[in-house]
Design a protein. Structure first.
Length: 343
């Protein structure tokens, strides 16, 4: 990335980055692999030619909308989300009012907007609502320890988009063998984005495309030392995969589960709305909130997850690592006071 382009993106987020710099440095201490944070955070934006965001995210899908008592982030990231906008307006009591979704949102509180969006499966968040809710990574012990070198580790990566694949990339650079597993019917959505960025995330990884039917993944998982996934827990359980059983079956294993708000919470999230939930935002000269970076909670979570996995493996594993995107964002936002709106 050219220095002037990098600088423009870095300036807006640099005051937040101290905790992430510490995490990246610790990952390097554990693995010997340096983490290029500017590339991890902004390569996608540079390759896609994205502009710095405002009240609309850099990729154009997430919107900070004014409510009766503040703001709400609503992320229309998928075709189904866009198709659900009329239903969302109806839930908000403004099915036919001129002004579209903005007008409907203005008649409701932020909590009401987010609740209505969630009922329709749309990712949405109240700014700062995830602060102090839980740690970025929660480790649960379900198996015995066994210490091995990273070169002995085989990773099965069921995740998609950005956070999980970045975690897998960093562990792969540390010497682990990574196998990316995709569904025949639901390929990784990042394939339909910037090809160069997808190649960067998955460089050197093997790839399997399989039918995600019950029992179809058993043999693949049986050979794994680490599983990375970013699904609701019930999704893999329906296929017969349970983190607790995986960890108990062989010493030294690690399961990395990345979710928006924790495995106990069914809410969906993407990088921009999760960042807002964590309070990882900026403010314009009028004191109105704006997005920072490009889906910032995604790469931040990827670095947190890779570090947690490396640390667990160095100690012998046996752990389920529950990684929350919103909590990772909150870890950065909680340490910064300059993000407050001007007086």
């Amino acid at each position: 990335m050219e220095n002037h382009a990098l600088r423009a993106w870095m300036d807006s987020v640099e005051p937040f980055l101290d905790p992430l710099v510490d995490i990246a440095r610790s990952f390097t201490d554990l693995t010997g692999v340096p983490v290029d944070l500017p590339t991890a955070l902004f390569l996608r934006a540079q390759l896609a030619g994205l502009e710095r965001p405002s009240s609309t995210s850099a990729n154009g899908s997430c919107h900070l909308l004014r409510t009766t008592d503040g703001w709400a982030a609503v992320n229309l990231a998928r075709r189904d989300d866009l198709a659900a906008v009329p239903a969302l307006r109806a839930l908000l009591g403004s099915p036919d009012e001129p002004g579209g979704l903005h007008a409907a949102v203005r008649r409701n509180t932020a909590a009401e907007v987010v609740e209505a969006a969630q009922l329709l499966g749309i990712a949405a968040a109240v700014p700062g609502s995830a602060q102090g809710a839980r740690p970025a990574v929660r480790a649960e012990r379900w198996g015995e320890r066994r210490i091995r070198t990273m070169a002995e580790i085989r990773i099965v990566d069921f995740s998609a988009l950005w956070a999980g694949p970045l975690c897998a990339r960093l562990l792969g650079l540390a010497g682990a063998r990574v196998v990316k597993v995709e569904s025949v019917t639901r390929p990784d959505g990042a394939r339909f984005g910037t090809p160069a960025f997808y190649r960067w995330l998955h460089d050197g990884h093997d790839n399997l495309v399989v039918d995600f039917a019950p029992g179809a993944l058993d043999e693949i998982v049986a050979e794994a030392d680490v599983v990375i996934e970013a699904s609701r827990p019930r999704a893999l359980r329906r296929l017969g995969l349970r983190a607790e059983e995986f960890l108990a079956a062989r010493p030294g294993r690690v399961w990395v589960g990345i979710t928006g708000y924790g495995r106990e919470n069914d809410r969906i999230a993407f990088g921009d709305d999760a960042a807002v939930a964590g309070g990882l935002m900026g403010y314009d000269p009028n004191g109105d909130p704006i997005f920072l970076g490009d889906a910032l909670a995604d790469p931040v979570t990827g670095v947190f997850a890779a570090h947690a996995a490396a640390r667990s493996l160095a100690a012998g594993g046996g752990e389920l690592l529950c990684v929350s995107m919103a909590a990772c964002a909150a870890t950065l936002a909680d340490t910064r006071t300059r993000a407050q709106p001007p007086c």
